[in-house]
Design a protein around this ligand. Structure first.
Ligand SMILES: *[C@@H]1O[C@H](CO)[C@@H](O)[C@H](O)[C@H]1NC(C)=O
Ligand SMILES: *[C@@H]1O[C@H](CO)[C@@H](O)[C@H](O)[C@H]1NC(C)=O
Ligand SMILES: *[C@@H]1O[C@H](CO)[C@@H](O)[C@H](O)[C@H]1NC(C)=O
Length: 504
């Protein structure tokens, strides 16, 4: 379990756009915190068409995104979509039909004719705009993500799209493409941010050029469209922003618009998740995440994290994302691809939607991330002063208490009670001072007490991940006393570390 500071927010509040930053927070025009809870939607593969438009009508997809609780889409685009003034391989004027046919995807033409007939003969850039517009109609904000240059599946160290100076990443062309996209969406309020470049990488990557070109790209975007946030990704597939801690910070001519982006996948940590003690792995991985970029939050910069829908590390990721209360995006919306890596109609196992784009692939997963979709804290969220909630990352729920006579249980975080974690390490119901969590006995569910000065009311953090607290029944007898129903989960797991998380 983790302790979070919260001011309990209703989930969907429509932001007064445009957005800007205030210290580590993204805020709207009224200064109120807006939390970006985004899903990635790929539109950068060979077809240069947003995936899924052969499966479902555009508006229906946009509507599903909203009904899954997201307020934002990270919509990818390949640079060559926006560079046809200088580049013969450019795509903006090709129609969807032509793009599909050139790839031998006649079935996709037919499918699109059924589900999105008005889009089939539009140029690719117009279709991209139509997707943005439909998201806007559904009150969904959009982050334009320059994912790659040459359309296709991304990313490898040697695909020519990795770093400035690579075959397909000419800095001048990149700046022109960014400028064109920024200009094109100037005046489109739901385009709230532009991510300069996805996952820089490869043998050419270096910190000096990162500063040189990323700052230039940011200035170009801002000049063409001063409303959008400008998002900076790091090196090594955007797993690393650590160079910003000792080197100079980014230097820009404008302020209150810069956000950093950091990617976090289970495979960033190799086999650790498969073989290691999850508790220790989580502790180590969280520390590494802070070193690689999480520290930026402390330094007063907003951080936007991208993660994969992957069970191995989900509780750990959810715990950290909740605690830092960062803006985030999950990979990925698409249940399938027109064509990916040469495979026609490929299934996306990480897709939030099913192969036919009809419904959520896994409602359990959605429930687990749902608490992260609302902000826990930040400027102007609530009149109520912040308090602590007790969060259970493995389910995405919070500890609830209906009455002191009923056991504690898990439920929606918006229905939780407010807690204090005192200097004496007691957990009291806020405002009561005398109602505290109390260990009842080894193997018993935790209860409530009104004498909060004894050992059984004192809770200490005990694990690497800081996901566990324990209490001692007496001076000598130290016991694991996981809270409430989670005890049984612990038992089922054969004494493997509990996926419970309490944190300051
Ligand atoms: C795809 O459709 C085009 C136009 O209708 C046609 O010329 C072409 O032969 C078709 N290709 C295949 C593989 O069926
Ligand atoms: C659904 O997601 C949950 C939580 O992420 C996971 O434990 C479960 O295995 C997933 N189910 C399927 C069918 O993938
Ligand atoms: C909490 O959120 C759920 C949906 O997530 C909603 O159904 C419920 O009404 C909310 N409860 C309160 C007290 O706002």
């Amino acid at each position: 379990m983790s302790f979070l500071i919260s001011q309990l927010q209703p989930a969907a509040v429509v932001a007064a756009l445009p957005l800007s930053t205030s210290s580590r927070w993204i805020v709207d025009e009224s200064g109120r915190r807006v939390k970006l809870a985004c899903v990635n939607w790929a539109s950068h593969l060979e077809t240069v068409v947003a995936e899924g438009l052969g499966k479902q009508p555009l508006d229906s997809i946009a509507n599903k995104i909203s009904s899954m609780g997201f307020n934002c889409v990270r919509l990818t685009w390949p640079l060559f979509l926006a560079t046809d003034d200088v580049d013969a391989t450019a795509f903006s004027a090709i129609t969807v039909r032509q793009s599909f046919q050139a790839l031998g995807l006649n079935e996709s033409v037919a499918a699109m004719q059924v589900n999105n007939p008005t889009l089939v003969d539009l140029p690719l850039l117009q279709v991209y705009k139509a997707v943005v517009a439909s998201l806007g109609d559904n009150k969904i904000m959009v982050v334009l993500d320059n994912h790659i240059s040459k359309p296709g599946w991304c990313c490898s160290n040697f695909d020519g799209n990795g770093f400035f100076g690579d075959r397909y990443l000419d800095p001048d062309l990149w700046v022109r493409g960014l400028t064109r996209m920024a200009t094109l969406f100037n005046g489109t309020p739901n385009v709230v941010a532009m991510s300069l470049r996805n996952e820089l990488r490869g043998p050419k990557q270096n910190v000096n050029d990162w500063h040189k070109y990323m700052e230039r790209g940011a200035e170009a975007v801002h000049a063409a469209n001063p409303e959008v946030l400008v998002i900076f990704s790091g090196l090594s597939f955007d797993s690393d922003l650590s160079f910003l801690s000792n080197k100079q910070m980014i230097q820009l001519s404008f302020s209150s618009k810069a956000v950093f982006e950091l990617h976090w996948y289970a495979f960033s940590n190799g086999k650790q998740w498969e073989t290691g003690n999850p508790n220790r792995v989580c502790g180590a991985v969280a520390a590494s995440f802070i070193r690689r970029g999480g520290f930026l939050v402390e330094q007063g910069w907003p951080l936007f994290i991208l993660n994969l829908n992957d069970n191995r590390f989900l509780p750990c990721m959810v715990a950290l994302a909740a605690e830092l209360d960062v803006d985030w995006a999950v990979w990925a919306l698409q249940g399938s691809y027109y064509v990916r890596q040469g495979v026609v109609g490929m299934n996306e196992y990480y897709g939030l939607l099913t192969y036919d784009w009809c419904q959520p692939r896994n409602s359990t997963f959605l429930q687990r991330i749902s608490a992260l979709q609302s902000p826990f804290q930040g400027p102007a969220l609530s009149e109520i002063s912040p308090y602590k909630v007790i969060f259970h990352p493995a389910t995405g729920q919070c500890v609830l208490m209906r009455s002191i006579f009923e056991p504690l249980h898990l439920g929606p975080c918006n229905e939780t009670r407010a807690w204090d974690y005192t200097e004496q390490q007691t957990l009291t119901l806020k405002g009561t001072l005398i109602m505290c969590l109390k260990a009842a006995g080894n193997g018993e569910k935790v209860g409530f007490g009104i004498i909060c000065s004894d050992y059984a009311s004192k809770w200490e953090f005990i694990s690497d991940s800081k996901m566990h607290i324990s209490s001692k029944l007496t001076y000598r007898q130290q016991q694991w006393l996981p809270v409430l129903g989670c005890w049984f989960r612990w038992k089922q797991h054969n004494n493997k570390p509990l996926q419970m998380h309490w944190k300051r």
